[in-house]
Design a binder for this molecule. Structure first.
Ligand SMILES: Nc1ncnc2c1ncn2[C@@H]1O[C@H](COP(=O)(O)OP(=O)(O)OP(=O)(O)O)[C@@H](O)[C@H]1O
Ligand SMILES: [Mg+2]
Length: 290
């Protein structure tokens, strides 16, 4: 098969592993930077122009679209779809997953466990927002944050108010969420491919840190999910319409609570923690469907 990996950087671990896995299984594979693709639109003849020629006869694409290039990246994915290529990440699902508010709405409609969350449009009734999530301690997150930056634990009402007001003053939109204490500074990442969990790890924040992000010094180990966790991960992925996803959840006293469903989940953490060949699983998923 002719497989294109849409990635800005062929040196990234995930990109390299996917290339390697595709080659091992005798496919033709190329890394295509979506930002260097021109989208050619005319009547019934969708095309993509890349490095001086038209891209032809693509069987499948693996989009690895960073959140900073969602708009153009999605347009390129959509163009490949119009050209008849199979994609491991549907363009509509990609857009949906990048909108945190919309994602939580979709998950809530699918009856998936979530931490109680309030989105607020710079509300001046800060006290009301705080009581909506059951009062302190609570977590305040910048809507635009990633890798734990802009995620704050406010232990008292005073602290919560000052942080929310400060963000409001900077015109930075926030999410206010109940703090799941029982998670004990850990979260779970379940890697889902084609409706099955193919690997899972527990990430633990370093001592005294409630954020488990590996970029913040957290550590990861492979875990076996409970049935309930496995079902939640698969259901969340399905609700988002994703073929490949990284589902982040917290273990709470009322069962798994989904934090986020990631549409371009990295392979490095999960492959290293589990020792599993997730790249190969993704290539096999393509072989089954393309
Ligand atoms: N409501 C919560 N209760 C307890 N711990 C939480 C809660 N929300 C987040 N955390 C912890 O903080 C970490 C970072 O939060 P989150 O994943 O929401 O933000 P992020 O990693 O910055 O954003 P993204 O995952 O979108 O890149 C989580 O992995 C989890 O360990
Ligand atoms: Mg996170």
């Amino acid at each position: 098969m002719n497989i294109k990996i849409l990635s800005r950087n062929s040196q990234l671990y995930s990109t390299k592993r996917l290339v390697e896995a595709a080659m091992k299984r005798k496919h033709t594979v190329e890394v295509v930077d979506p930002l260097k693709c021109d989208i050619v639109i005319e009547r019934r003849n969708p095309n993509i122009y890349f490095k001086g020629k038209y891209i032809k006869d693509v069987d499948a694409i693996i989009p690895r679209i960073g959140s900073s290039v969602t708009f153009y990246g999605t347009a390129v994915v959509r163009q490949f779809e119009m050209m008849g290529a199979f994609t491991t990440t549907d363009s509509e699902a990609l857009v949906r997953s990048r909108d945190k508010l919309r994602s939580l709405q979709v998950l809530s409609r699918a009856k998936i466990g979530l931490p109680k969350t309030v989105f607020t449009n710079y509300s001046r009734d800060v006290s009301g927002v705080i009581s909506q999530v059951g009062g302190p301690p609570l977590v305040i997150k910048l809507l635009e944050g990633t890798q734990g930056v802009g995620v704050v634990l406010a232990e008292t009402k005073n602290a919560a108010e000052s942080v929310i007001e400060a963000f409001n003053g900077l015109q930075a939109r926030v999410i206010v969420q109940e703090f799941i204490k029982e998670a004990k500074g850990a979260d779970i990442r379940a890697f889902v491919v084609d409706g099955h969990v193919v690997g899972a790890m527990k990430r633990q924040g370093k001592d005294g840190e409630f954020r488990s992000n590996l970029h913040r010094g957290g550590s990861a180990e492979s875990i076996e999910l409970s049935d309930e966790e496995e079902i939640a991960a698969v259901k969340a992925t399905k609700a988002m319409g994703l073929g490949v996803a990284g589902v982040d959840m917290l273990q709470s006293s009322r069962g798994p609570l989904i934090l986020e469903v990631n549409s371009s989940p990295g392979l490095e953490g999960i492959e290293k923690a589990t020792g599993k060949d997730i790249a190969k699983t993704i290539i096999r998923y393509i072989e089954k469907h393309a």
